[in-house]
Ligand binder design. Structure first.
Ligand code: NAP
Length: 312
């Protein structure tokens, strides 16, 4: 088992983590990225990306992440393919335990572990993922312009996604398992005013139906009387929540009720000294690659200032 000490360790190899690494490496902080076993974050399970600025033509999510990693390495980042299983911020430097048995200490830490969309768990959902099934309307809604889509869920995300899609699509049907939404009242009012938006109350999706061309319908089952029906749809947007990947840090940094890391507003400072957080493990509202990258930049700049204060 080995032990090393680093100036800065970044946990997470998505848009936030690699952007933090690019900025930190260029500030001569020799950052180490703990990339886990599947680096690249949510963009590696995305296909076409049309909304990341700087690329006039469509790019692929996995390619974008390879480029970000290469860019970070080119300016002096070291990438380690291991998982942080626990951290200890009670003493300084911060202690990090790795899954492979090694341990590390760091003068500062950036947590950029992201979040994962929750899925319904249907086999057909996996089959049509990226070919009709999506968990991000802002990312994929454009591909369903003028078509019929459904959104599943009853929270703020589901209603915001439905409203966003109603500006692009022919029709949007929100499917919710209960008879009332948990989304904020103001969002509900907007939803009920849209002419091309309707709600299927008390239904769950039992199957996503399609063929080699993609999705063409969803099968629904009533949660009140078990009756079944089918509605046609070309796009299925799952909006039933996200799980931030913050479990290893719950004893060290303050989390909100849903497990997202709390930061001082307008910064990336967490409740623990020398620990910064960026990207989807903090942000449950925007959840975009470009906003995660922006927060990664902020984390590197905040961390740099912290390190300077240590040497003072
Ligand atoms: P959420 O509030 O947890 O809502 C998830 C929704 O999905 C609920 O309506 C839930 O139904 C439904 N659901 C969960 N599992 C399901 C399943 N297996 N099958 C069918 N439906 C299922 O998640 P969210 O909307 O993503 O919001 C997460 C947090 O971010 C919240 O705190 C929210 O306020 C915040 N947020 C804020 C904004 C904003 O301020 N603009 C925007 C987006 C999100 P039930 O209602 O029956 O439980």
């Amino acid at each position: 088992m080995t032990h090393s000490h680093e100036k800065m360790i970044i946990i997470g190899a998505g848009a936030a983590g690699f952007t933090a690494a690019i900025y930190a490496a260029r500030a001569n902080l020799s950052p180490v990225v703990l990339a886990g076993l599947q680096p690249g974050g949510q963009l590696t399970i995305t296909t076409d990306v049309e909304n990341y600025p700087g690329f006039a033509d469509v790019i692929q999510g996995p390619w974008l992440m390879q480029e970000m990693q290469q860019q970070a390495e080119n300016v002096g980042t070291r990438v380690i393919y291991d998982i942080a299983t626990a951290i200890d911020t009670s003493q300084h430097p911060i202690h990090i335990q790795l899954d492979g048995g090694d341990s590390m200490t760091a003068d500062c830490l950036v947590i950029a572990t992201g979040a994962q969309a929750r899925w319904l768990g249907l086999e057909s959902e996996t089959i049509f993922n990226g070919r009709g099934v999506s968990a991000c309307a802002t990312c994929d809604g454009f591909f369903y312009k003028g078509r019929d889509v459904v959104v599943i869920g009853g929270g703020n995300t589901a209603v915001e996604e439905a409203l966003y899609l109603s500006n692009l699509c022919n029709s949007v049907t929100l499917i919710h398992r209960r008879d009332s939404l948990r989304a904020e009242q103001i969002l509900q009012e907007r939803l009920f005013k849209r002419a091309n938006l309707s709600v299927e109350w008390n239904y769950t999706v039992t199957e996503i139906v399609g063929d080699s061309t993609g999705v063409n319908a969803v099968n629904l089952q009533s949660t009140t009387d078990n009756s079944e029906k089918q509605i046609s749809a070309h796009g299925v947007f799952i909006a039933i929540g996200h799980d931030p990947a913050t479990k290893p840090f719950q004893k060290n940094v303050e989390l909100d009720d849903e497990g997202y890391i709390k930061v001082k507003p307008g910064t990336t400072l967490t409740s623990a000294k020398g620990v910064f957080a960026a990207g989807d493990c903090v942000d449950k509202i925007y959840r975009q690659a470009v906003t995660a990258a922006g927060m990664g930049c902020m984390a590197a700049l905040d961390a740099e200032k912290f390190l300077a204060s240590l040497s003072d």
